[in-house]
Design a protein around this ligand. Sequence first.
Ligand code: UDP
Ligand code: MG
Length: 395
Amino acid sequence: MAKSRLDPQFEFFNTPLRLKRPHRNRFANPFPDWGLPKNFRLAMTPLRLRLTKLDLPQTSQGLAMHLSVVVPIYNEEENLPHLYQGLLNALDPLPHSYELIMVNDGSRDQSAAVLDQLAQADDRVKVVEFRRNFGQTAAMQAGIQAASGDVVITIDADLQNDPADIAMMLDQIEQGYDLVHGWRKKRQDTFINRKLPSKIANWLIAKVTGFPVNDLGCTLKVIRTEIAQELQLYGEMHRFIPILAHWRGARCVEVVTNHRPRLFGQSKYGISRVTRVLLDLMTVKYLIQYVVSPMKLFGSIGLMCAAAAMVSGTATLWMKLGQGVDMTGNPLLLLSAFCGMVAVQFLCLGMLGELCSRIYFQVQKTTPYGVRRTLNLESGREAATVQMKPKREAA
Ligand code: UDP
Ligand code: MG
């Protein structure tokens, strides 16, 4: 008799914890941790090996954390009970408390009813239900904003990510990383319309952004909440989370994770995502390189056009005075007028961009920088207020 795909022998939901060797990217950490105590690393300098104490944040000292698992859901009714069980199997043995934030992205099947049942039976299951389908990025953003944990874990609802990998990824957070993202090295999808376009896209993204990455599309990620909540995710930007976080100063590491074939439901994406990813890549390149100072981009194009206008105008004059070539019939005169106008346009665009970026940061109530931590700042402020009080009262 043919084996049922849900046969426990498939070990689909009860995969034993496998500690895998993380693939480290060169941005994140170039140094191996050869069995040293947790907060020590060997740092290799050209001249000598030295032992460095890493500056690890509070949650990395072996303390129990509160985890927020964020799951975007669109028509996954059959997967949800198995996903819930898989998450429980993976999280219960850990010393951390957790909440499961299920974001129903306007599902048209029975997902809402299944989520109701899960939430009634277990109050760690929290549900955000969209009025209609807004897309995976919006679902992830809503879940991240609702998170109350120290760490956000994002995972697909379709069981393609393995919850058993979470323990190993949390280990990396405890080592001091801010974001751990999965690499589906043995991806269980079709080659022509999934794996090949993804390989090309990841190669191109790594080249354009300078962020070495093998797999940006893996939803399984573990991120410190303060960093996840700083990210502004629009369009389909969920794919670029590690790059956006790295731009905000997060320490990122990529680890090899398990990937399984989809058993129930269908993928929501086709080959058409390639163009959307390419367009998003342009936005991300602009964001990470020029959003703080758009004049650097538009102004330099404007200056290049101005230089071209001057060269071609000078050539027109030289041809007229030296060789008697008629200026009105000379195409170089047209070129210099055209380049001059384009230069003015680009310089104005640069100025408008500068204005927009200031408005952007103020309206979003965000800063163009990310603060890892502060020392004595809060207590300093309190101390100042305490000192001020008697003076005010005296006045
Ligand atoms: N998803 C979503 N909204 C959408 C499309 C997808 O919330 O509009 C969810 C989907 O339910 C799944 C995850 O995003 O949990 C990834 O989707 P899918 O498996 O279709 O993507 P693939 O793995 O094929 O890239
Ligand atoms: Mg999937």
